[in-house]
Design a protein around this ligand. Structure first.
Ligand SMILES: [Zn+2]
Length: 495
């Protein structure tokens, strides 16, 4: 049923406003849906970045069976593989007294043949009326409360979905709701789909999507509402994936995968693996690239598929071997970007990228920095000369007392070495230093002159930065020494 809205003269219909009884506030949410939300919410355990699990009610640790050692509540399914499934990720318990966690619940409702999709936002707050030292964290001092609001109700029609897909514009019947936000943005920590009433979708626009087959699947889904509104209706691959039991893949946007004969054949062969691990979209792309039923390798490739494809093209190396190398070198997955840069430097310098010695240097960071330096010198052949000349002039600012020395960085390679020792980015100051836009000095202990202590940047005769390892601030005493030295500085200006 719709209501017509006219323009001011009552001549033209501007829009049709549906006049169902929409849920407008949390009081309209049916009891069984409310119960689903409450249970799902209460089952989300706290997980630290170190992989420790805590009870979300009393903050005590959970045992191996998921039972709280203090209050004996038991939690299920939180050890699932999928990121953040039934978990609230925290850095440590100390952040609990001010933690807010946002979760979305998607609920379909059907009126005749019309489908409405509600989005219910839950905010879970922990708060403490008094500031708490984390070691004393106690349930008696921390309160937990939740609030529910209905953000939007989408009136789903085939035409609407079409509009979304073709014009990238959202067309929906928006009812007067408590909040209005862009749902294509992924900002909730987790999203769940209420599945108890999914059978009703059999007689709607979703009938070919087999969305209702998802009922037995854990109802955690990707936080993108397009995956629920247009994916199932417009992509035959969605239906195919639901029928195959690739639930996570279907809901995660896997229907965007190009879907031809070869792909179908391959999917057929990999059915049991994809089902068992419930691969998501990024994992599937990774699996497609590495073609090995090795979940640890897939996790290594996941999120970096395009980059690794490039790397394989350049080197013909095996991804398993690369993963092993990363483990040996204690390199995080993000370092794949540095690894790619390293290969680019090597290529520019004429190394053979198919040579194992080039692919797997004994110390990656050192090899990376060395090649970076080499290619930097080739790109800018006069840079080293400029740095050395300036350094010679700046020698007049050399400082020396009983304990410390301060001297200008003598070369480009000294910047790289300082960078490695101090874990800072002074290596990138080469050009600035060579042009005398910035002057770089090193402060060191006299008895240990090769060991970095403080990296100093000087501009117009003033210290603009002085940092110890990891960009920390020097001690008060050292700052006093620096202050005294700064007053004696002779300003060597750019000519
Ligand atoms: Zn507990």
């Amino acid at each position: 049923m719709t209501q017509l809205k006219f323009d001011d003269q009552f001549e033209t219909i501007i829009e049709d406003i549906p006049t169902h009884h929409f849920w407008k506030s949390k009081d309209d949410i049916p009891p069984q849906v409310g119960e689903f939300i409450r249970q799902t919410s209460d089952n989300r355990v706290l997980m630290t970045v170190n992989g420790e699990y805590f009870c979300p009610f009393c903050f005590h640790a959970l045992d191996d069976h998921g039972t709280c050692i203090q209050c004996k509540r038991t939690y299920h399914d939180y050890l699932g593989r999928t990121d953040s499934r039934n978990r609230i990720l925290i850095h440590s318990l100390s952040e609990i007294p001010s933690r807010v966690s946002t979760t979305h619940y998607y609920v379909f409702d059907i009126h005749g043949k019309e489908v409405i999709l509600y989005v219910i936002k839950e905010e879970l707050y922990y708060y403490s009326p008094v500031p708490l030292p984390p070691e004393n964290l106690d349930i008696l001092d921390v309160y937990r409360s939740t609030s529910l609001s209905i953000q939007k109700a989408y009136y789903v029609e085939k035409e609407d979905a079409w509009e979304l897909i073709t014009k990238r514009k959202i067309h929906y019947a928006q009812i007067d709701m408590e909040e209005d936000v862009d749902l294509l943005e992924d900002y909730a920590e987790a999203c769940y789909l209420y599945s108890e009433n999914m059978d009703l979708l059999r007689h709607t626009v979703y009938r070919y999507s087999h969305l209702f087959d998802a009922k037995p699947y854990g109802m955690m889904i990707s936080p993108n509402f397009g995956n629920l509104v247009y994916g199932p209706i417009y992509y035959p691959a969605f239906e195919y994936m639901m029928k195959k039991g690739f639930y996570h893949l279907a809901f995660d946007g896997g229907y965007r995968i190009s879907y031809d004969k070869t792909m179908k054949k391959w999917l057929q062969e990999q059915t049991d693996f994809i089902q068992e691990y419930q691969l998501g979209y990024e994992e599937f792309l990774a699996f497609q690239l590495c073609r090995k039923r090795d979940f640890s390798l897939i996790s290594f490739v996941k999120g970096y598929t395009e980059l690794l494809e490039e790397i394989v093209k350049l080197t013909h190396l095996s991804l398993s071997r690369l993963q092993q190398y990363f483990e040996e070198q204690h390199l995080e997955q993000e370092m794949l970007i540095d690894y790619y840069d390293y290969l680019q430097f090597a290529k520019q310098l004429g190394y053979n990228l198919k040579d194992k010695k080039v692919q797997f240097p004994p110390n990656f960071q050192e090899a990376h920095d060395t090649l970076w330096l080499e290619q930097e010198m080739i790109q800018n052949p006069t840079l080293e000369k400029h740095i050395q000349e300036l350094s010679n002039v700046l020698e007049l600012n050399r400082y020396e007392d009983e304990q410390y020395i301060i001297f200008p960085a003598p070369s480009l390679s000294s910047l790289v070495e300082e960078s490695e020792q101090q874990q800072n980015c002074v290596r990138h100051y080469g050009n600035r230093y060579g042009e005398n836009d910035s002057q770089i000095y090193f402060m060191r202990e006299k008895k240990n002159p090769h060991q970095s202590l403080i990296t100093i940047e000087v501009r117009n005769g003033k210290i603009v930065q002085a940092r110890t390892k990891y960009n920390d601030i020097p001690s008060d005493y050292l700052q006093q020494v620096l202050k005294r030295w700064e007053q004696t500085l002779i300003d060597v200006r750019k000519e």
